[in-house]
Write a protein that binds this ligand. Sequence first.
Ligand SMILES: N[C@@H](CCC(=O)N[C@@H](CS)C(=O)NCC(=O)O)C(=O)O
Length: 204
Amino acid sequence: MSKKLYYFNINGLAESIRYILHYGGHDFEDIRYDRSKWPIQSVIDTLPYGQVPLYEENGKKLNQSLAIARYVASQSGLLPSGLWEQAVLDAAVHNIYDFWNKNNIREYMYADAERKAAMKKQVLEELVPFYFSRFENELKSNNGHFGGKLTWADFIFVGIIETANLFYSENIENNYPTVASLVKTVQNLPRVKEYISKRGPYGI
Ligand SMILES: N[C@@H](CCC(=O)N[C@@H](CS)C(=O)NCC(=O)O)C(=O)O
């Protein structure tokens, strides 16, 4: 079976998918475009909605990072069998994405120093306390995972936290220990750990 994941040469919305594919022992091509050369029209023309990540399996194409992650997670034993439990995890990943989308990373990347400082302050003082106190509670009452044991939502969470890391690294460790512990658990899964050691430091 041929499997390909297309994205930029950054973590972004693809890293959780890469983690899941590595965790599940999938043989896949990790195709990365140089973001500084984007837009590459010849590539964009091959993308159903002009965006990455795109996953291709035996020539069939799937876009939308969460649809891709959920699909490869289901092939990797990371989805519960109960419909209610699946829906609870779907809600968890959307909560995580809501947090991420409110970071306004695109604006942050191009902002001047003053605007950057203001945005960072807002993230640290408002967004992180609101979301992370809830993430911490959800994890604490579910055995340290989203869903009581290792699930695809855990991978989404760690990928997004790493991607957002520039805003608040120490803050998590000190104030949200169950969150910090889940990050380490996922990063230390043997195949994920091996991939990270080859990948090197992450970039947004
Ligand atoms: N909702 C989509 C968003 C995809 C998206 O925003 N992709 C960005 C990279 S993170 C992209 O392709 N940007 C280049 C462009 O739009 O030209 C998903 O979750 O996959």
